[in-house]
Structure formats: structure tokens, C-alpha cells
Design a protein around this ligand. Structure first.
Ligand code: SAH
Ligand code: SF4
Ligand code: F3S
Length: 437
């Protein structure tokens, strides 16, 4: 019987894709994927530390494996990702959970195979964190799990050092893959039948900076010229680097989805300055205007943080005002979480929890109303869904339209991987329901 692996993933799309790469490495070692953690020979936790609750979530789940490991001493437990890459966290983790066999970081993911072989030969725990980013690894064979979508890294790391954010400390400096490698990967994914390509980077607009390679809009244009029917998405765009050129390229191809994730974080200029975001709320609104000029139907989504140190009631009102002005298609709302090692962690005036809670509740209400309104606009319209899955409970197929709205519909044939037009009859929060036409 073959050996089995199970991967638990926390955090962003970047991590989801990295778990696909880990799965690829494990399958090269002869392991098969398994849904049941108890039956698995290897369990890998791919962690996140963007906010405290992401860390606690991982700690809780790793803690729950203690009993399982005691009952099955041959089980290998590996913990990697952003949490372990943080300063001193690997040692803390080892002290807290001595039964964890392998601890690795973000910069040495590709060596996990060697660590597993090493672990199988010796009983000693393996704790390996590399400080330096190292060379970009090409030729990886991820075991993809998100068909008909495929994630494609275009760059790694971040140079922005937003004052609240841990990412630059755990993902290292920005480095871009060579465009010829990216284009070759997308071509082969489209040939394999993937219908949606999502380009990944912490700040895709600075793709190629500091190299002789092409810019992000040029890369998008080249990818859009690949033959075949498929959609292109990308994330994340930093507003300071969003350019008119990008809007022009987005408008010029029917493959590039008319939606943009453009995290604003706050609507207050003094908070934006303290966050080191390097734009004002007026700059942001200007970029939205440019985008709408080129693509009137473009849907904009965002990330918002409340309770950043020093945020006054007036600052919070400025955020709500900006949200009203832009009218987002949807938004992720977060309570500021203090991250050791970041600049904001040492700022005076950390906001009391009850104040942040009140603010986030108000903001969530505002954002949800906008989301519902954007969904309702589709009622009566025909929209094209890329079918992703079948929901057995509801007996309906589901997938997203180019604007990112989830659409549900009935069909007698298996529609997974197909583009299906539906006439929307009902909208419910973030979901649309309709009939195949
Ligand atoms: N590179 C991307 C996203 C990175 S993390 C960007 O610049 O937008 C995703 C989101 O998590 C951020 O946009 C931000 O809203 C949120 N986030 C990051 N650090 C946080 C912190 N310390 N507390 C609360 N939210 C945070
Ligand atoms: Fe974090 Fe800012 Fe980099 Fe995004 S751009 S990953 S928020 S430091
Ligand atoms: Fe992503 Fe979390 Fe790391 S959001 S980059 S997995 S800290």
C-alpha cells in the first residue's frame, strides 16, 4: 500500500499554491494525497502569520496532533511557511511541540524532500530556517488542486514594508521570475485545459523592477496573446504602482477579467502615511477614476484595516467615506493585529479592542450592503460562469463570472471546466442563482 500525505494550509493564495508545490514534492517521493489526517504518514502544516489569529489557528491544530503522534510514532509531522520563518519562531515551536519532526521556512521549501529522506534515516528533529531568499526554483511540478484555475507565481517577496505588515520579513526581498519561464508555464497550462490563470505576487505592478525583463503590463499583454479561451486574473496590485498603462492593457484584451483587487487599507491620509503606503486617499480615488475610464464595468475589491495605532474616530470616518465613494464590489475587512518586529508594533496609541470591534462591525455592514447591491445588479442579466465544482447538497453547479461573483445553476451534464452562460434570477449576498441559457 502506498504511503499517504495530508497538507493543512493557512493564509493567502501564495500559500495555497505553495502547498500544491509541497504536494508535488511529496508525490515525487511516492506519497499519495489523503483527506484523512489520521491515516496519513506525513502531515505538513503550511502556516501563515499575517495576523495573530492565523498563528493561533495553526498552533491549535499542531497541538491536536500530539495524541495522534503518540499513537503512531512513524508519522512524520512537518511545519513550514511564514510562521516558522519569523525570527525565533522555529525554536519556540520546537519547544512547544517537541514531537514535530521537521521545521522549515519559506526560503527552503524546495528542500523538504531532502529533509524527509533525512528524517526517515534518523530520529533527530530537523530544524532548518534559511535567512536568505536564495535563487528562484524553476521546473517545479505542483500537484494542482484548483482546476479549472491554475496559480502561477510571477514574483516572490515584498519591498514595501507597510508598517503593520510581517510579509517582507518572512518572504524576503522582491524577485521576479523570468518572463519566458512564466509564459512557457501559462502556455502549457492552457494546453492542458486550464481555463483560468491567476498570476501571483505580493505587488504584481513592480514585476521585473531592477532587471532587464519586461514590465507587468507587457507581461500581461504577452500572456493574453496566448491562443485559447481562458481567463486571466492577477493579485495583488499596490495602488502606488497601479498605472494607466495597466488599465489600458486590461481594457485591450477580453481574456483579462474586468475586476481588480486594489487594497486601500484606510481612507485617512495621516493613517496611510503612518502605514507607509505612499499614496493619499485622493491618489487612490484618481487611480479608480482612470481604471473606470478605460473599463467602465470594472469591479474593484479591496482590503481594509481598522484600529491601526493612533486611528481616531475622524480617521475611521474617512475610511467609511472612501468606501462610500468607491463603492466596492466586495472587501476584506481586518482588525489591525500587532506583529512583533514591524514598525507599527512599537507605535504609541494601540487601539483598545472594544473600539476596533465597534469600528469593524460598522465597516462590515457598509461593505456588505455594497456587496449585495453589486450582486443585485446582475439579476435579469446573462453572465458567463466558468464552472468550478458541483455542490451535491444543493444539486447545483457553481463557478465565478469574470467579476468574481459566484454563480449557481442546474445542469444535466457535467459542466466542470466549461464556460456556461446563465440568466441570473436571484442574488443573495455574494452569490448569484440562475438558469443555463
Ligand atoms: N501584498 C498584498 C496583501 C498582503 S496581506 C497587499 O499589499 O495588498 C493581505 C492583507 O492583510 C493586507 O492587504 C492587509 O489588509 C492585511 N494585513 C496585513 N497585515 C496586517 C496586520 N498586521 N493586521 C491586520 N491586517 C493585516
Ligand atoms: Fe505587506 Fe505592504 Fe508588502 Fe502587501 S505591499 S505584502 S501589505 S508590506
Ligand atoms: Fe500569505 Fe500569510 Fe505568508 S498571508 S505571505 S501566508 S504571512
Amino acid at each position: 500500500m502506498s504511503k499517504l500525505f495530508h497538507i493543512v494550509t493557512y493564509g493567502c493564495q501564495m500559500n495555497v499554491h505553495e502547498s500544491e508545490k509541497i504536494a508535488g514534492l511529496l508525490s515525487e517521493l511516492g506519497y499519495d494525497s489523503c483527506d484523512d489526517i489520521e491515516k496519513s504518514d506525513i502531515v505538513v502544516f503550511n502556516t501563515c502569520c499575517i495576523r495573530e489569529n492565523a498563528e493561533n489557528h495553526a498552533y491549535g491544530n499542531i497541538g491536536m496532533l500530539k495524541k495522534l503522534k503518540a499513537a503512531n510514532r512513524d508519522m512524520i509531522i512537518a511545519v513550514g511557511g511564514c510562521l516558522t520563518q519569523q525570527m525565533n519562531k522555529a525554536e519556540n515551536l520546537h519547544e512547544k511541540f517537541p514531537y514535530v519532526d521537521i521545521i522549515f521556512g519559506t526560503h527552503n521549501l524546495s528542500k523538504l524532500k531532502d529533509y524527509i529522506l533525512e528524517k526517515r534515516a534518523s530520529k533527530k528533529p530537523i530544524i532548518r530556517i534559511e535567512e536568505k531568499e536564495g535563487e528562484i526554483v524553476e521546473g517545479e511540478k505542483p500537484l494542482r488542486t484548483s482546476y479549472p484555475n491554475a496559480w502561477v507565481n510571477i514574483m516572490y517577496g515584498c519591498n514595501n514594508f507597510c508598517s503593520y505588515c510581517i510579509v517582507p520579513y518572512v518572504r524576503g526581498r522582491e524577485r521576479s521570475r523570468r518572463s519566458e519561464n512564466i509564459i512557457a508555464e501559462v502556455k502549457s497550462l492552457v494546453a492542458e485545459g486550464y481555463r483560468e490563470i491567476t498570476l501571483l505576487g505580493q505587488n504584481v505592478n513592480s514585476y521585473g523592477n531592477g532587471t532587464d525583463d519586461i514590465t507587468f503590463p507587457e507581461l500581461l499583454e504577452k500572456i493574453a496573446s496566448i491562443d485559447g479561451k481562458f481567463r486571466i486574473r492577477f493579485m495583488t496590485s499596490h495602488p502606488k504602482d497601479f498605472s494607466e498603462e495597466l488599465a489600458r492593457v486590461m481594457a485591450g484584451s477580453d481574456k483579462i477579467c474586468h475586476c481588480l483587487h486594489l487594497p486601500v487599507q484606510s481612507g485617512s491620509d495621516s493613517i496611510l502615511r503612518a502605514m507607509n503606503r505612499r499614496y493619499t486617499s485622493a491618489d487612490y480615488l484618481k487611480k479608480v477614476e482612470i481604471l473606470k475610464k478605460y473599463i467602465p464595468d470594472c469591479e474593484i475589491t479591496t482590503d481594509l484595516i481598522v484600529g491601526f495605532p493612533g486611528e481616531t474616530e475622524e480617521d475611521f470616518r474617512a475610511t467609511c467615506d472612501l468606501v462610500r465613494k468607491v463603492n466596492f464590489s466586495s472587501a476584506f475587512t481586518f482588525v489591525y493585529s500587532r506583529r512583533d518586529g514591524t514598525k507599527a508594533a512599537t507605535m504609541p496609541d494601540q487601539i483598545p479592542e472594544e473600539v476596533s470591534k465597534r469600528r469593524i462591525m460598522e465597516l462590515v455592514d457598509l461593505v456588505n450592503a455594497q456587496t449585495r447591491e453589486h450582486s443585485a445588479r446582475f439579476v435579469g442579466e446573462i453572465t458567463e460562469i466558468l464552472c468550478e465544482d458541483y455542490d451535491a447538497k444543493r444539486g447545483l453547479y457553481l463557478g465565478r463570472n469574470e467579476y468574481g461573483r459566484m454563480g449557481y445553476f442546474a445542469s444535466d451534464t457535467d459542466e466542470r471546466g466549461n464556460f456556461v452562460n446563465i440568466k441570473v434570477t436571484q442574488a443573495n449576498g455574494v452569490s448569484l442563482y440562475g438558469d443555463k441559457v
